[in-house]
Design a binder for this molecule. Sequence first.
Ligand code: ACO
Length: 323
Amino acid sequence: MNCFARITGTGSYLPAKAVTNHDLENTVDTSDQWIRERTGIAVRHIASDDETTCDLAEQAARRAMEAAGKTAADIDLIIVATTTPDKIFPSTACLLQARLDVHGCAAFDIQAVCTGFVYALGVADKFIRGGGAKCALVVGAETLSRIVDWTYRTTCVLFGDGAGAAILEASDEPGILSSHLHADGEYEKLLHVPGGVSRKPGPLEGDPGFIQMKGNEVFRMAVNTLGRIVDETLEANGLEKSDIDWLVPHQANIRIISATAKKLAMPMERVVVTVDQHGNTSAASVPLALDTAVRDGRIQRGETLLLEAFGGGFTWGSVLLKF
Ligand code: ACO
């Protein structure tokens, strides 16, 4: 009797085009020093004009499947977390399903902005524990560059494109121990893209289809909320801070990450930080960080990982797992 969902492979992908802080100095009134000091970001990757979220997702998914030793025939659930789908419909998960030559299984997108991958893992875990799937492909993929105003220095320095993926399999051995998913739509206006499909005028009529954000307020809320979710997760599992081997946080800003690590009394050597290499890639950021630390050998089998994220909605959540 399988009772856990366990990560058996991870993968990630960044588009080839890298845009450094120095590159941005040429287009907006900013500096490498300002960006590094306030955010920790050094470079972000931008999808080419003919590259879509599904393209990025496919690369990450294939790498995760290879790492887990799985083929298309094994996959029986596909969840893609994204804020920047290729099309209004079909979902990016369905487009990815066709690319991978997977047929018939459930495939759907999750929209929880930066918390998307954590939401997707939580949902896939429930599918697997409930017997509804045995081998799930869970992806976080974004082409956020499409909804960034590249003439506005306050936001354009923060974001980038990328994708990360994990294969989650039913197992007798411990995997995901708990997931904690939250949202409060009251905070819609602090971080949003006003344009949309249903609301008129839409982006095509001139309503800004770009990310708008009250940075200071988002920062404060993110730090406080992530502190609380750490407590909630530890308490739910009867664990102490010292039981966590690795913190794998949403990669938005090094100062938000450091504040959460401090709350956990965790040295930064036990925190996976990749924000310097790709900026805030929203739903892709947690799996990008996870895959990086798995592939470079930092994260080892049997270790206890805390994944957490905060984003537009507001949404926030965590996943505690044995790797
Ligand atoms: N380069 C140079 N100067 C800049 C830039 C820039 N790119 N952007 C803003 N400034 C200026 C501002 O105009 C302001 O100038 P002023 O003092 O003359 O008015 C000054 O820098 C300070 O601006 P603040 O907004 O107060 O800077 P702050 O220290 O708050 O840093 C930042 C801004 C980095 C956006 C921070 O608030 C932040 O990280 N917030 C969280 C936002 C975030 O991560 N959002 C992503 C989605 S949510 C999530 O993923 C958690």
